[in-house]
Structure formats: C-alpha cells, structure tokens
Ligand binder design. Structure first.
Ligand code: TPP
Length: 590
C-alpha cells in the first residue's frame, strides 16, 4: 500500500480509507501533492492512460501545445517567472525526443523543470518497439537526473524526489519516464496528512564559505580596480537588496551577465550594464583592466570571458556559486566560495568597507562616455516615414509599456538590442535563453509566463527566423486564452548570422536571407489581432493598440536588413578588445 501525502487536506475517517487507483491517477495525485498545478504537454499512445486520468483532475491545468519542444519552453518560462518547478508532458519516442532542446535550454540556464514522458510497456523496453527510445539514456547530459518508473508503488516517492532534485542546489531539469503498463497498473493508496514541504534552498553560510568570504573581503579592501559581475544566480536567489547593500557599502562597480540583467537596477550610478560579447564598453573594459573580479551566481561562460587564458590578466578572481563544479571550469579562480548568492552578498555587505577609488571611477566614467558615443540614430532626427531601427523599436517598447511588462527575448540580434537598449531594473523582467541560445524559445516561454502570471503584461520579442520556428503556438495562445503579445523584429534575414557573415565570412550571405510568409495574415489566420509597421511614426500607436487589445496580438515591425549589433567583443579575443560601431575610432575602445 502507498501512503500519499496530500497538501492542505483535513483527513476524515472516510478519506483515510484505502482506494484502488491506477498508476496514471496516482501520478496526478502525486503531482498535486508536490504542489504542481499546471502542465504543458502533448499526448500520444504511450501517455494515454495518464491522459485518461488527467481528465479526472481539474485542479491540474493542462495547456495543449502544438509541439513538445514548446511544452518544455513553456514549463521553463513558467518556472523562471515563479521560481516554482515547471512541468511538461510528452508521449514516448518522438514526443520525448522533441523535448530535448527545451530540456537542454533549461539545463544550461539552471531552470527547474520536470518532464514526464510516456514509455512503452516494461516488457517491450529494449525490443525496438514502436515509438520506443531510451529517453533516460538520452537526457543524461542535459538533466540533473532521470528516473524510469518500474512500479506504480514508487510513484509518490519518485515524483517527490524529482521535484526536490529539480530545485535544490543548482536548479535544473529532471525527467520521469513512465511505462504504459505502470500507468495502467492498479495500486492501493492510503491518503495521509499533511503537506509535503520541498526543501528550501540553503541560505546559511557554511564555516568554509564564511572563511572564503573573509578572504574575498580582504582582497576587496586592498583592491584599487575591483569589479563585481553578477548573474542569474543572484536573481534566482532573490538577492537584489543584498546586492545593492554590498555594492553601496563597498563602492564597487557592478556589471551583469545577460541573464543577470535586472538583478542590479540599471539606473543605479554604480551599474556598468551587461558584460560579454555584446556587452557595454565600460563593463567589458572594467573586467579586463580590473585587479579584482568578483563573480557571483554566474558561470564565467565563454561569451563573457572571451579567450580564457587572457581573461582579466591583472586580476585575482573570486567566484561565488552554489555549484562546486562551476569553479575553475573556464577561468582560474583564486577564491572559490561555495554559497547561495543571497547569503554570500549579505555576508559581504556586513564585512566590506567603503573605499573611494577615485582614479578607477574616473576611468569607468570615461569608458561609459565612450559607450554612449556608440549611439544610434535618434528618432527625432530620423525621417518619420522610414523603417525604425531595432534599438528604436526596443526603446519604444520600453516607453509604451513603462517597464511594467515581462519581456521574453528570442535569440539573435534583436535579443542583444533588447539587452542593450531596454533597461532592466528588477529581476525577472527579462527572460531569454542565455546558455543554449535556443531560437524559438521566446513565444512558448512567454506562454508559460502568462499561464503563471495572468495579470502580468507579457511580451515575446522575436526575430523573423525565431518566429517561424514557433508561430504554431499562436494557436495555443488563442485556444488557451493566453493574451501574450508578440513583437516580431523583422529584418527579413537571420540577422545575427548575416552579421557574422559580414564581419568574418567575406560578406558571403550564404543561406541567411529568409523568405517569409505574410506574418500579419498568418497571425490573423490563427485568430490573433495583428498589424504590420513599416514606418517609425506608426510604431508607438501599434504597440499601444496591441497592449490594450484583450487577446493575443502580433506586431510585425519591419526594420532595416543591414543592422549590426555593437559593441562587440569578437570571438577568440578578450573583453579588452571590445569594439564600437565602425565609424568610431578603434582607439576609443582600446
Ligand atoms: C535552434 C537554433 N538554430 C540556429 C541557431 C543559430 N542562430 C543564432 S542567431 C540566428 C539568427 C536569428 O535570426 P532571427 O530570428 O531572424 O533574429 P535576428 O538575428 O534577425 O534578430 C541563428 C540562425 C540558434 N541559435 N538556434
């Protein structure tokens, strides 16, 4: 007999009586027991016994997507928006393999997702049965763990373990493979009390972490050119106020990674903006010329570091992370601190001293001025009847929405323009696929955010390439009444690919010009409100109208084909090699 732990239920004598239910039903009850309320999924043969039972559990909302990859992205968006575990479901074989890109995306960005996959019956496993794949074997490198249920009795424990594993330490995806005969098996259950509490992330410093933080604070005390670089881990641990406190207590400048945008308010006078390949001049040069780099809740990934051997050549490096495997993976680390970002920042705020560092701040201010000189065409001086540039589109979005929306950016030039020109002042305001860089992420992830936070304005900003990878989900938005707003930054090409071909591949635009359908007509065919913007003087009104419309909307904005994202740290160089627009003297950025 299985003891099932149900949340928020008073047990009566009647309820404690045993019941015989199927493995599929027990899975639904196990989901409720771990606090799941929403699943994104797509059914198929090997998942049908579970889907039969799901229909009996109205407290579990199922959003029927149009492709399993998008179920994983939607679960990822749901999780990033709430901090809770996102849940996706697929059938065996192709359904399960379609989840892989979404799970890898979540894995790279530390997003807690649990995937449930149907599997052929246990007796058929290993026989190359119809729609059989070894999904547990396949997901090994892109999940924190994968379980195959071999007995219905194990269901409550396996679901609880999977949800706990997804959240604890470095969060990430977990998969549960559910053979069809285990879904059908009958099992006796006995409901018992009460709520199952998932362990909270450890926010207490270990003695070793305290010792390491003392070392970090001592290095900071004597540093003349320190810089703090914060990433997704700071947002995930909700450490913004501790971060601001530490930054102000020590007078250290703060850069953020792409996924860290919003963790430190961009308007703060100590904010340097984004580090990395398309980061700001001042943030990249600060890292390169620093004598101390403190990275917190970030991975020092190659897009931030450039050529690892020459990263921050004169700096000591302090790295704070919850994942010990992150230390030394890319760059040398002088002081590793194994700790949650919130606890570490709180500790640092208490033990750090304010230092003026006048010369360092003067250099940082000069670099900031150089960055601002890498400006864009301002709308005032630009002809109103011409296509707006992408930075103008991003600024218009910010202006019209007042920063209240959650922006989910896809991958490509528009993503980097969003990161550089929107301005983010709170965690969770920008979601994007940072580590895997998955085109087609934004629209389904926005769907997940909107499901979790129905009262929030949610805008997916996508290129015309990424939109074509995900546009089938417009149908889900309409059918599931999810008024997500989609902004297509339409340069009629794979812009980021075109940019690299222009800069590094002899201007040979091999397969980067993208024929496309009429997006407005396509969106309307799905049942969305849609419009097309050809001129900059149409932009604000179109965005405003879309924002006010009660249903899902698509705004297709035509931008010039030949835009290039600057600043840029060319691949294989260092942050010290950051370059602005061509017309700017390269000495400016040296
Ligand atoms: C699934 C996937 N395939 C290919 C790529 C490589 N890639 C990165 S950016 C890019 C172009 C994106 O074009 P678009 O969506 O139109 O956005 P833009 O760069 O024009 O803003 C491509 C093909 C990727 N990141 N993801």
């Amino acid at each position: 007999m299985v003891a099932l732990v149900m949340p928020n239920r008073t047990v009566t004598a009647q309820q404690t009586a045993t019941r015989t239910i199927s493995g599929g039903a027990l899975a639904c009850e196990a989901l409720l027991a771990v606090g799941a309320t929403t699943l994104f999924g797509y059914p198929g043969g090997a998942a049908l016994p579970f889907y039969r039972e799901l229909a009996r559990y109205p407290r579990l909302r199922h959003v029927l997507v149009r492709h399993e990859q998008n179920a994983a992205h939607a679960a990822d968006g749901y999780a990033r928006a709430t901090g809770r575990v996102g849940m996706c479901v697929a059938t065996s074989g192709p359904g399960a393999t379609n989840l892989l890109t979404g799970l890898a995306t979540a894995f790279m960005d530390c997003v807690p997702v649990v995937a449930l996959t149907g599997q052929v019956a246990r007796a058929a496993i290993g026989t190359q049965a119809f729609q059989e794949v070894d999904i547990v074997g396949m997901v090994g490198p892109i999940t924190k763990g994968a379980f195959q249920l071999t007995s219905a009795e194990d269901i409550p424990r396996v679901f609880a373990d999977a949800f706990r594993l997804a959240r604890e330490g470095r969060p990430g995806p977990v998969l549960i493979d559910f053979p069809k005969d285990v879904q059908l098996a009958k099992v006796e259950v006995d409901d018992v009390l009460p709520e199952l509490e998932l362990t909270e992330l450890a926010s207490v410093l270990s003695p070793a972490a305290e010792f390491a933080l003392d070392q970090a604070a001592a290095l900071l005390d004597t540093a003349e050119r320190p810089v703090l670089v914060v990433g997704h881990g700071v947002s995930m641990s909700g450490a913004t106020s501790e971060l601001v406190r530490f930054a102000e207590a020590s007078n250290i400048p703060v850069g953020t990674t792409l996924l860290g945008l919003g963790a430190f308010p961009e308007q703060h006078p100590q904010a340097l903006g984004m580090v990395g390949m398309h980061g700001t001049v001042q943030a990249n040069l600060a890292m390169h010329h620093a004598d101390l780099v403190i990275g917190i809740g970030m991975r020092f990934d190659d897009r931030v570091v450039g050529r690892p051997a020459d990263f921050a050549p004169g700096a000591r490096i302090v790295h704070v992370d919850v994942d010990p495997q992150a230390f030394g993976r890319v760059v040398r680390v002088d002081v590793p601190v194994l700790a949650d970002a919130k606890a570490a920042l709180d500790g640092l705020a208490q033990i750090s001293r304010w230092r003026e560092r006048r010369v360092w701040w003067a250099r940082l201010r000069q670099w900031t001025g150089d960055h601002e000189a890498c400006g864009i065409v301002e709308p005032e001086s630009a002809p109103p009847d011409e296509a707006p540039t992408t930075p103008e589109v991003v600024r218009a979005l910010r202006r019209v929405l007042g920063g209240a929306a959650t922006v989910v950016a896809d991958i490509g030039q528009h993503q980097m323009f969003v990161a550089l020109h929107h301005g983010f002042d709170r965690p969770g305001q920008l979601l994007t696929s940072g580590g895997l860089g998955t085109m087609g992420y934004a629209l389904p992830a926005a769907m997940g955010v909107k499901t979790a936070l129905p009262g929030r304005a949610v805008w997916a900003v996508v290129g015309d390439g990424g939109f074509q990878m995900s546009s089938a989900e417009l149908s889900t938005l309409v059918a599931s009444k999810l008024p997500v707003k989609v902004l297509i930054v339409n340069n009629q090409c794979l812009g980021m690919v075109r940019q690299w071909q222009e800069l590094f591949y002899d201007n040979v635009y091999s397969h980067s010009l993208l024929p496309q359908p009429n997006f407005e007509a396509l969106a309307k065919a799905h049942g969305c409100w849609a419009t097309t913007v050809h001129r900059r003087d149409e932009l604000d009104d179109a965005l405003r109208e879309a924002a006010l419309h009660p249903g899902p909307t698509v705004v297709d904005v035509r931008v010039p084909i030949e835009e290039t994202v600057y600043p840029m740290v060319p691949a294989g160089t260092t942050p010290g090699d950051v370059r602005c627009v061509d017309r700017v003297d390269s000495a400016l950025c040296a």
